[in-house]
Design a protein around this ligand. Structure first.
Ligand SMILES: Nc1nc2c(c(=O)[nH]1)N[C@H]1C(S)=C(S)[C@@H](COP(=O)(O)O)O[C@H]1N2
Ligand SMILES: [Mo]
Length: 306
């Protein structure tokens, strides 16, 4: 499928473009099933955000400090309990306002998508952040596979709900299944990706295997994990955190240092893995992706539409 992302490549980028293209072919050929090590690919990552010098967090930070309430509300619960989630076979139901509704198997999806690697800043609404090297493809390409119809305005997502494998769902902290949503133009933005891996390896269950959303300019809870259903609709869909507490969690949830969460400031953040004495860093508008996404919200009052 067409690759539409153009940002980030700069003069300082040391990976020659030809090598990068070649690498994409390697990744596409593997179909994301093998645990391809970054070292095997050689060179640096073309998608590394050189302009912002994003230094990735460690594998341990990303896989042991997680949020996945289906396995418990503690940051260590997903790593401890998500292993029991069955992720093979897996399929995603794509329905609603699409030309080709139906059940798409993971194999079918991987076959049709071109995997690439990107390093994105990731920030939780609780004001911690990480930088993660993701593998995946653009959400827009998956939506195109199903064929978005003219009347569609929003995309709704649902996580697997399987209580026998998800101890956290015994508690009604959220109304299961976990639900999220995006406006269609947000969903079709090239920065919105579906991730299948991190650090060149398949996604660990605690990070949302086998397929999770990553929306780097929004708070982490929008990046819904272990997706089983995607619905195109003409109505703003209900979302889990908004249903749980609409005063604290809005539909948009764009990272915005000027709009505080009612119970804490969103102006600064703490980098996970930065050490006990690492200071807080100022939070950037749209998590640092302002140039890329601000136009989506032109004319909107972002304090109103938080
Ligand atoms: N299904 C599901 N998806 C989810 C969550 C969850 O509890 N359930 N937590 C969200 C929140 S609050 C964050 S910050 C990110 C964390 O992703 P990570 O654990 O891979 O860093 O996942 C998001 N996706
Ligand atoms: Mo979060």
């Amino acid at each position: 499928m067409a690759h539409r992302w153009k940002n980030n490549l700069s003069d300082g980028d040391v990976t020659p473009y030809a090598a990068f293209l070649n690498r994409r072919q390697i990744m596409a050929g593997l179909g994301g099933t093998a645990g391809l090590g970054l070292a095997a690919l050689g060179g640096t990552t073309a998608w590394a955000d050189t302009a912002r010098a994003l230094e990735p967090n460690s594998w341990d930070d990303v896989t042991t400090y997680c949020n996945f309430y289906e396995f418990g509300t503690g940051k260590g619960d997903p790593a401890a309990y998500a292993g029991q989630m069955t992720t093979k076979p897996w399929s995603v139901e794509i329905d609603g306002l699409v030309d080709r509704p139906g059940s798409y198997s993971m194999a079918q999806i991987l076959e049709a998508m071109t995997l690439e690697e990107r390093i994105y800043r990731f920030r939780c609404v609780e004001a911690w952040s990480m930088v993660v090297p993701w593998q995946g493809f653009e959400l827009a390409d998956l939506l195109a596979l199903a064929g978005v119809q003219g009347g569609a305005k929003y995309v709704a997502f649902e996580t697997l709900y399987r209580p026998s494998e998800m101890p956290g769902t015994a508690y009604k902290v959220l109304d299961w299944p976990y639900r999220e949503g995006l406006r269609l133009d947000e969903a079709q933005h090239p920065l919105a990706i579906m991730a299948t891996g991190i650090f060149g390896k398949p996604l660990p269950n605690q990070n949302g295997a086998p397929l999770r959303l990553v929306v780097p300019w929004k708070y982490g809870f929008k990046s819904i994990k272990s997706i089983v259903r995607i619905t195109l609709t003409d109505q703003e869909p209900p979302t889990s955190w908004n249903m749980a507490n609409g005063r604290e969690y809005g539909f948009y949830s764009n990272v915005n240092p000027k709009v505080d969460h009612p119970r804490w400031s969103q102006a600064t953040e703490r980098r996970i893995g930065g050490g006990l004495f690492a200071g807080r860093e100022p939070t950037l508008m749209f998590n640092g992706y302002k140039d890329e996404v601000a136009s989506l919200y032109e004319g909107m009052d972002l304090a109103q539409n938080f």
